[in-house]
Design a protein around this ligand. Structure first.
Ligand code: PLP
Length: 395
C-alpha cells in the first residue's frame, strides 16, 4: 500500500520513551534542548507584529510564483545592510514557507531519484528526512574538531561520486556553531567548480555570529554574494526575526548569471505549481523582518550571558569541557564517555529532571557529546548546567 521511502522505523527510541514517561509522571523538567524562541522569555513587539498581519492588502489575491515583489524587496534590503556595494536582485529570490520547503524545491531542481548530496555531520537532524522524502541520498564528509571545527576536504573529495549533485553546508552550523572561514569558503567553491556541483548554504543562524577567544580565523560573509559557482542560500524569519511560527523563508540563487537564471526559471515553475505563500504574511514581511532590530540584540545578549555562565560552571573542574562556538544557538559539551550518550541523557532526565540532547541526535560519530541550547532563560540555563554537572559526577 505505501511507498518504500516512508518505511520509517517508527518505534519509540529509549530516549523518547524516557521523555514520555517523565512527562506522564507530571514531574517538571528543566529543558536545555529548547529551540523555540517564542517560549524563551524574549520581548516581542506584539502590537507591531499583529498590526503587520492586518494589512488591507491581504484582501487581494496576487499570485506571484517568486513571492510578492514588495516582500522580496524587504529581503533585498536585509542583504543590502550586509554589503551595501553589492545589492542582490529581487528576481534572484524565491519565497517559501520556511526552509524545509526550500530544500524540497532544490532537491527537485537538482537531483534525479537516487542522486546524492554531500553534507557535513554533525548537523541539522532534519536533513535525513528532507532528503529521503525527495528520494535523495546524503553522503557525509565529517566535520572534524581540532582547535575548532573544520571541514575535512580529503573526506569531501572521497565522498564525491558520479551521482553527487551538490554540497550542502550550514553557516554557522547547528549544533556545532562552526562558522565557515574565508579559506574554507574558497576551497568549497573550488571543489564545486571542479566537480560541477551546486553549493547549498543554510544561513538561518547567520546573524548570530559569536566572538570566540583566541580565534584568528578570517570568517566568511554571506554566500549570497558568491559569484563563481551556482549557489543557493536559504534563510528566513524563523531565526532572523525569531518568528518560526510565521513559516516564511527564501532561496537566494546566485553564481554565473546564465546558470542562476536557468535555475530560477525552473524553480519558478516548481513554486508556481504550489503557490504556497499567503497574502497576510507576504504583506507583513517588511515589518516582520524589521523586527529583527528589536529581537536580535536580546538573543545575542542571551547567548553571550549563557556562554559566560556555562564557562563559570565549567571552570575549576576537568571532566566536562565545551567545544568552541563561533555562532548559532547551541553549545556542544564533551563529557566522559562512560556510558552511551543516550544512556547519559536518559539518566540526566530520570535523576536530575534535566533534558539535554545526546550527541547522536545530531550524528556525532562517537559517544561523549551532549548538546545544550544557549537561548534558554538565564536562570533556567544556570540551574540546568548545575544539574548536568551534578548528574555527570554521580556516575
Ligand atoms: C540549520 C537549520 N535550518 C533550518 C531550520 C528551520 O528553519 P525554518 O523554520 O525556516 O524551516 C533549522 C531549525 O532549527 C535549522 O537548525
Amino acid at each position: 500500500m505505501f511507498s518504500k521511502r516512508t518505511n520509517w522505523n517508527l518505534t519509540e527510541s529509549a530516549f523518547a520513551r524516557a521523555m514520555r514517561r517523565h512527562r506522564e509522571s507530571g514531574c517538571p523538567v528543566l529543558d536545555l534542548t529548547i529551540s523555540n524562541p517564542t517560549a524563551c522569555g524574549f520581548h516581542y513587539d506584539e502590537a507591531a507584529i499583529l498590526a503587520a498581519l492586518r494589512s488591507p492588502a491581504a484582501l487581494r489575491y496576487q499570485p506571484e510564483p517568486r513571492g510578492l515583489l514588495s516582500a522580496r524587496a524587504a529581503v533585498v534590503d536585509y542583504y543590502r545592510e550586509k554589503n551595501p556595494s553589492a545589492p542582490i536582485d529581487s528576481e534572484h529570490l524565491i519565497l517559501t514557507t520556511g526552509t524545509s520547503e526550500a530544500y524540497s524545491f532544490l532537491f527537485r531542481l537538482l537531483c534525479e531519484p537516487g542522486d546524492e548530496v554531500l553534507v557535513a555531520p554533525p548537523s541539522y537532524p532534519l536533513f535525513e528526512f528532507l532528503a529521503a522524502i525527495q528520494d535523495v541520498k546524503l553522503r557525509p564528509f565529517r566535520l572534524i574538531y581540532d582547535h575548532g571545527w573544520q571541514f575535512d576536504f580529503a573526506a569531501l573529495a572521497q565522498a564525491v561520486g558520479p551521482r553527487t549533485r551538490a554540497i550542502l553546508v550550514v553557516h554557522p552550523n547547528n549544533p556545532t556553531g562552526h562558522f565557515i572561514g574565508r579559506e574554507e569558503a574558497y576551497r568549497l567553491t573550488e571543489r564545486c567548480h571542479e566537480y560541477h556541483l551546486a553549493l547549498v548554504v543554510d544561513e538561518v543562524f547567520f546573524d548570530y555570529e559569536l566572538p570566540s577567544a583566541g580565534d584568528h580565523k578570517e570568517r566568511h560573509g554571506s554566500f549570497v554574494f558568491n559569484s563563481q559557482v551556482l549557489t543557493f542560500v536559504l534563510s528566513g524569519l524563523s531565526k532572523i526575526a525569531a518568528l518560526p511560527q510565521m513559516k516564511l523563508g527564501w532561496i537566494a540563487a546566485g553564481g554565473p548569471e546564465a546558470l542562476a537564471s536557468e535555475a530560477l526559471a525552473r524553480l519558478e515553475v516548481i513554486a508556481d505549481t504550489y503557490l504556497s505563500m499567503n497574502a497576510p504574511l507576504e504583506n507583513a514581511l517588511p515589518e516582520l523582518l524589521a523586527q529583527r532590530c528589536a529581537i536580535q540584540p536580546q538573543i545575542r545578549s542571551r547567548l553571550e550571558t549563557n556562554l559566560r555562565e556555562l564557562d563559570r560552571h565549567l571552570a575549576g573542574q576537568k571532566s566536562i569541557s565545551r567545544l568552541k562556538v563561533e555562532g548559532g544557538w547551541y553549545a556542544v559539551l564533551r563529557v566522559p564517555a562512560l556510558e552511551s550518550d543516550e544512556q547519559l541523557a536518559i539518566r540526566l532526565l530520570e535523576q536530575q529532571s534535566l533534558l539535554v540532547h545526546p550527541g547522536h541526535f545530531y550524528e556525532f560519530a562517537d559517544d561523549g557529546y551532549l548538546v545544550i541550547s544557549l537561548i534558554a532563560p538565564v536562570e533556567e540555563f544556570s540551574e540546568g548546567v548545575g544539574r548536568l554537572m551534578e548528574g555527570i559526577d554521580r556516575k
